[in-house]
Design a protein around this ligand. Sequence first.
Ligand SMILES: NC(=O)C1=CN([C@@H]2O[C@H](COP(=O)(O)OP(=O)(O)OC[C@H]3O[C@@H](n4cnc5c(N)ncnc54)[C@H](O)[C@@H]3O)[C@@H](O)[C@H]2O)C=CC1
Ligand SMILES: O=C([O-])CC(=O)C(=O)O
Length: 354
Amino acid sequence: MDANQRIARLSAHLCPQKFQSMEESSSLVERANCRAKGGAPGFKVAILGAAGGIGQSLSLLMKMNPLVSVLHLYDVVNTPGVTADVSHMDTSAVVRGFLGAKELENALTGMDLVIIPAGVPRKPGMTRDDLFKINAGIVKTLSEGIAKCCPNAVVNLISNPVNSTVPIAAEVFKKAGTYDPKKLLGVTMLDVVRAKTFVAEVLGLDPREVDVPVVGGHAGVTILPLLSQVKPACSFTPEEIEYLTKRIQDGGTEVVQAKAGAGSATLSMAFAAAKFADACLRGLRGDANIVECAFVDSQVTELPFFASKVRIGRNGAEEVYQLGPLNEYERVGLDKAKKELADSIQKGVSFIRK
Ligand SMILES: NC(=O)C1=CN([C@@H]2O[C@H](COP(=O)(O)OP(=O)(O)OC[C@H]3O[C@@H](n4cnc5c(N)ncnc54)[C@H](O)[C@@H]3O)[C@@H](O)[C@H]2O)C=CC1
Ligand SMILES: O=C([O-])CC(=O)C(=O)O
């Protein structure tokens, strides 16, 4: 038996499904699979919607994360190209591509973290809620796959409208009997990334030195920056507060308009998603004091889901923090946010319970 035959036999033994679907591929690809199985410790991460605007950049960034040992890229189009491309990066994560619904289960099996940027983005004039019609069904199908194939995985849900898609995923998991509220996190990190950037601009600081909690949800007035809690401690004029609150709430629309029909934020979103996923992986590893904002199952308000600071640990969002003291401007903002959020959450729940 020559070297190639030995490698092929080993591949077939270690990864039989992959071997079957890659019969015509070179032995080098199979060699990569062998290394993945026996290789470096780390987490297994899947990106669903990996060939999209967010998905491609996010795939790149996750391939650069040393905590990732295996990276599964799933989409209904174009994953072979994205996978071949990203897999040539000389970082340790082994990359595998999965194309179309029939490969969803293989993409998900054994994953520790599943990141979902699948779904259509906004065009100018649309709200995030206008995406519900298409994205609700996509998130439902992908969540059913997760419930079946990796019910213990932490899920980072990016697809809009997040205020409704997170309740959809929760309902799917409840139906399947796999719901663990700590493991489902709606990604609102881009609101925090924007808030830090815009606040730092006003204060003349490096954005990396600034902390701004952003609570509520991820659409318009439901995005509530708590400027009274900015660190380092500082004060803003009423005009600055109005400007910053509006700019943070409308950050997504600012990009949608600038892209003029070519989609919404992808690069800054991939950056934010990669930062958030890294926080989740460090939490899963057992690092202490990992605190980020996320839209989660919550008892902070009377609503069943709400975004606030959460402590991320080995089991996901292990602790959901209270909002802390709010000023009058923020209390008014909170009331507005809760009104809109209640409807969006109910819409997601009804989509599954109907
Ligand atoms: N949470 C947040 O802060 C943000 C959320 N988003 C949302 O992220 C989503 C994706 O945005 P983009 O990447 O710009 O869109 P895109 O259209 O560039 O990419 C979406 C990808 O999803 C794939 N897809 C569609 N149906 C699928 C299915 N059933 N299974 C797997 N993949 C599927 C498409 O083939 C495409 O490759 C949108 O809903 C957008 O509104 C965007 C920015 C920020
Ligand atoms: O605005 C959008 O449609 C995309 C998004 O959620 C954001 O950029 O915050």
